[in-house]
Design a protein around this ligand. Structure first.
Ligand code: ZN
Length: 257
């Protein structure tokens, strides 16, 4: 089951994986394309090699980067909750493959009565991600923030190659100038922390990035951990087996002769 290459999917009970797998479709996605995050007919994704970025829309209408979504996460899981949710935008930032399932189909597998709870849970998670990101932008230097973004991208990737991580894209995520990104990346390349080509970054010394990052990276790890723990506590209901009438030709044991 290829879908097991997504760690979030793999964390579901085996019987749930088997039932869900029958409804998953493998999709090839292109970097730069938008992901529908709202509406009842949208899809949920389990990325395998593709990576998406999620942005929260803040007061000025601009998107503030909140997280990467890749091979250990789900995209589009939080359901409609207009009274709590922050408006989110999603975009594939790295081409590749992801499994897709419609949100309606996915919901059929969840035991009823949990939705209000996880609306609140995810609203709270979104607020934590966004406020921390705004704090980071205000208080930490560009080098620390760039190290953070690279570590977060590595954490949702299956290897150390960040394909499609151009200087321009990294600059856009952090709302800084491309030249600033190029200067820092150039210095890191000289120190053997990474290798940069036109289309990708290969991280060769993760430890050095961990030394360069601000404490906010720990908050990302904590939030992701809380989401993982929450997702593993979900209650499921599996598909009912097809009803086969076995009573027609059988006489119940307690029936009078
Ligand atoms: Zn920070």
């Amino acid at each position: 089951m290829l879908a097991r290459e997504n760690a979030r999917f793999r964390s579901f009970p085996l019987a749930v994986q088997k039932s869900l797998a029958r409804h998953l479709h493998l999709r090839e996605v292109k970097g730069g394309s938008e992901i529908r995050m709202q509406g009842k007919s949208r899809n949920i994704y389990f990325p395998i090699t593709a990576i998406a970025s999620q942005h929260a829309i803040i007061g000025n209408g601009r998107g503030a980067f909140t997280q990467f979504l890749g091979s250990n996460k789900t995209i589009g899981f939080a359901f409609e909750s207009p009274q709590y949710s922050i408006k989110l935008e999603g975009r594939w930032c790295c081409s590749g493959y992801a499994f897709e399932i419609s949100v309606q189909r996915f919901r059929e597998f969840l035991a009823p009565g949990q939705e209000t709870l996880f609306e609140k849970f995810f609203a709270n998670i979104d607020v934590r991600r966004l406020t921390n990101r705004l704090y980071c932008a205000e208080h930490h230097c560009t080098k620390q923030r760039l190290a953070r973004v690279l570590l977060e991208a590595l954490d949702v990737n299956q290897n150390d190659d960040l394909t499609g991580a151009t200087h321009q894209k990294l600059a856009d995520l952090l709302s800084i100038r491309r030249e600033t990104v190029s200067t820092i990346i150039g210095r890191w390349q000289e120190r053997g922390i990474l290798q940069a080509t036109r289309e990708k970054l290969i991280i060769t010394n993760r430890g050095e990035l961990e030394r360069a990052v601000c404490s906010c990276y720990e908050e990302t790890v904590k939030i992701d951990f809380d989401v993982d723990r929450y997702m593993s506590s979900l209650s499921w209901q599996l598909e009912k087996p097809r009803l086969v009438r076995t009573d027609v030709h059988q006489t119940p044991a307690h029936a009078p002769a």
